[in-house]
Design a protein around this ligand. Structure first.
Ligand code: FES
Length: 130
């Protein structure tokens, strides 16, 4: 049996694109889709979905191939605390880190940002709004 993906539908939230059935998109999985010439990554991080442009604003790397991780807290010397587990993606080329929710970089959140998109689970489908 082959599932058919519906044609995109334009809504007030943007154009609705069904990426896949939720059951085919397990924790830790990610997809890169091309919509209107834009490469967009959709990631399932522990059951929470994120979508962001697959081009790093630094030098254009395929950002969504990067590692999803947390970051280090601001602590005194010789003290280390890992925080915000799985809230960031690290660029595979030079290691800049971007918050999955907002697309803002850790280093310069006001000036360096990657575009994010709304993604939702609706009637058992993973849906991206662009
Ligand atoms: S291209 Fe992403 S940090 Fe340089």
């Amino acid at each position: 049996m082959t599932d058919t993906i519906p044609e995109p539908v334009t809504t007030p939230r943007g154009t609705r694109h069904v990426i896949d059935k939720l059951e085919n998109f397990p924790y830790g999985d990610r997809r890169v889709v091309t919509i209107d010439g834009r490469s967009i990554g959709v990631l399932n991080v522990g059951g929470k979905f994120y979508a962001l442009r697959n081009n790093c604003p630094h030098a254009g790397a395929p950002l969504c191939e990067g590692v999803v991780k947390g970051t280090m807290d601001d602590t005194p010397v010789h003290e280390y605390r890992y925080i915000r587990h799985n809230e960031f993606i690290t660029c595979p080329w030079h290691g800049f880190e971007f918050e999955l929710e907002t697309g803002r970089s850790i280093v310069d959140p006001q000036k360096m940002r990657v575009r994010t998109y709304e993604v939702a689970v609706e009637d058992g489908d993973v849906v991206l709004y662009v």
